[in-house]
Design a protein around this ligand. Structure first.
Ligand code: FMN
Length: 210
């Protein structure tokens, strides 16, 4: 079942969901497969389709991944403490990260988008085309999930321990890069508002940068 969202509403309200993930409701495999099939329609360089999604539902594996995620999340929150004290929005985000760190292992699905071919140390152009072969697909997955009442959040904390995560998941680290760990669950309520963003003219340059 999909929510009744227009394309614009979907694009404007697919938020980072951390606190409003329903930890007690399982997510059906068929629903995840629908989202993944839509993700497959994203662009890929030269028809390569060199992407993979590792979908983790096993509780033991989620617990082990959660350990890796939590350590980095907690240090992030600590490092941000002073800045968060002076900025209410940052403080709210830190609280939410802290909350998710406590519950990451309970989130019913962890999705890890991966791409074949490591680009460590390669020029920016090589990096850009490799990452752009997975990130649009992963974002399509998140949009499709939102359209079905699921919440998710793009996270990169566990990448500090990418090799350990690869070992845990049987990912061949030497030839496959992980792009993110996306916790996925039904959202608690389906109403989300557009996020605050900088004025458009501070980010858009017509014809020239200046
Ligand atoms: C490259 C990237 C890395 C991110 N890493 C994390 C992360 O490790 N942990 C986390 O909780 N959120 C992470 N986020 C989510 C952002 O914090 C989130 O998109 C931001 O708070 C804006 O949220 P909003 O779109 O709902 O306003 C990441 C987002 C991006 C794009």
């Amino acid at each position: 079942m999909t929510l009744n969202l227009t394309p614009d509403e979907l694009l404007a309200t697919t938020r980072a969901v951390r606190r409003r993930l329903d930890l007690s409701r399982p997510v059906e495999r068929e629903v995840l497969e629908e989202c993944l099939r839509l993700a497959q329609q994203a662009p890929t360089s030269s028809f390569a389709q060199n992407w993979h999604f590792v979908v983790v539902t096993d509780p033991g594996t989620r617990a082990a991944l959660g350990e890796l995620w939590r350590v980095v999340a907690r240090s992030y929150v600590q490092r941000r403490a002073a800045a968060a004290a002076a900025d209410a929005r940052l403080a709210r985000m830190s609280d939410n990260v802290h909350y998710l760190a406590d519950h990451i292992h309970e989130v019913p699905v962890h999705v890890i988008p991966c791409v074949e071919g490591r680009t460590d140390g390669k020029p920016a152009a090589a990096q850009a085309s490799r990452w752009a072969s997975i990130i649009p697909a992963a974002w399509s997955f998140m949009l499709a999930a939102r359209a079905r009442g699921l919440g998710s959040v793009w996270t990169t904390f566990h990448l500090r321990h990418e090799r350990e995560a690869a070992e845990l998941l049987g990912i061949p680290y030497e030839r496959v890069m992980q792009a993110a760990l996306i916790p996925v669950a039904y959202s608690i309520g389906t109403e989300f508002r557009a996020g605050p963003r900088r004025p458009l003219d501070t980010m858009v340059h017509w014809d020239r940068w200046a």
